[in-house]
Design a protein around this ligand. Sequence first.
Ligand SMILES: *Cc1c(COP(=O)(O)O)cnc(C)c1O
Length: 379
Amino acid sequence: MLPILDLNRSWKEIREEALLKIAEVMDSQEFILGKEVREFENEIESFLGGGYAIGCASGSDALVLALMALDIKPGDEIITTPFSFFATVSCITRMGATPVFADVQSDTFNIDMDEVLKKTTPRTKAFLPVHMFGQMAPLETIMPELDARGIKVVEDTAQSLGSYRLLNGEKVFAGTIGDIGIFSFFPTKNLGAAGDGGMMFTKKPEFGERLRKLRVHGAKKQYFHEEVGLNSRLDTLQAAILRIKLRKMEVWNKQRRDLASSYNELFRNMGLLDRVSIPIEFPGNFHIFHQYVVRINAQEGTRDELYKFLSENGIGTKIYYPLSLHLQKCFEFLGGKTGDLPKSEQLTKSVLALPIFPGLTQKEQELVVETIRAFFKKK
Ligand SMILES: *Cc1c(COP(=O)(O)O)cnc(C)c1O
C-alpha cells in the first residue's frame, strides 16, 4: 500500500530532536505565541530576505487577516483563480467582497496574467494569485500595471514556501513580491506543523504592524482594542516543531524536485507522454513540487477510471481539485456558470496528483508509473 503522502518518513528524521523539544515546551507551560513563535518568525524573515513575518492560526486565517489589513470592503472586487483550494475564495466573500475569476494556464495550473489584466475594473481593489502546487506564478510581469491601477496584491503561497523565480539573476521568493504573502503549515504542506498553523509576510512596516495587531483581536495593548480583529495566533508547540522542520526544508524541497525529475523520466521511458501530460517548470522557476500533478489526455472519465485502478492496486492518488470554485454551491449567488472558465473546468476533469514526499523511493515511483502503464495497456 503506497499512500499519496506518508508523513512518517520525514518525521523519523527529526523524531528524537522534536520529542525533546516538545517536552521542553511543555515544561515551559507557554502555549500561545511566545519565544518560539518569535524565533520562528525571525527565521522565516531571514529565509525570505528581510521583512515582517507574523504567525497565525492557519493559512485560511492568514488570508482573511491579509484582506482585513488591506481594508477590503463590501463591493470591492478581488481578482483570483477558480482553480485552487476553497480558502482562496472564501476569504473574499467572508469580507463581503466579490471574487472575480480569471482563467488559468493549463500547463502550469497558475492564473493567466493576461486574463487578470482583462478582468480589472474601477472596483478592483486587490489581486489574489495562488502559486499552485509549488510553482511561482510570474507576477512580476504585471506588477507595474497593477501598481499603476492602485491594485494591491496578496499572494496565496500556502503550497509554495521556498519556491522562487530567478529575476535578473536574483532569487525572488514566492510570497515576497506582493503587498502580503500568506503561508500555511497544515500538516500536508511542504512545511507542515503537528496541527494547524499559518503565517503572513510583508515587506511593508505599516502592514506588518497592522497584521500583528489584527491577529490579537485588534489590540496593540492588551484589553485596548483599536479595531475588531481575529483571535488567530500560532501555538508555541507548533512553532517549536516548525523550527526544527524549517532546517530540513530546503533539503526536502530539493528531494521533491529530484522525485519530480525521476517521475518525468519514468513517464518518458515508458512511452506514456501521449497519454499523460507531465507538469512543466516555467522558465526561470524553482518549482518545489508540493504536488506532482499530471493531466490525463483521453476521453472524459478516463482520469476517474485511472484513479480507481490505482486505488485498487494499492496506490493512493488525489484529485486537486474536482470542482472549479466558480461552480461551488456556496458561490451560486455570484452567478458562475459552466463554460465561464473552460481551462479551469477542463483541469478538474483531467488532473491527478501522484505520491510525492521526502522519503519516497525510486522503486515506489516505478511501481506508480508501471501501474499507470498497465492501465493504459488494458484500455
Ligand atoms: C492549504 C491551503 C490554504 C489554507 O491553508 P490552511 O492552513 O489549511 O487553512 C489556502 N490556500 C491554498 C492554495 C492551500 O493549498
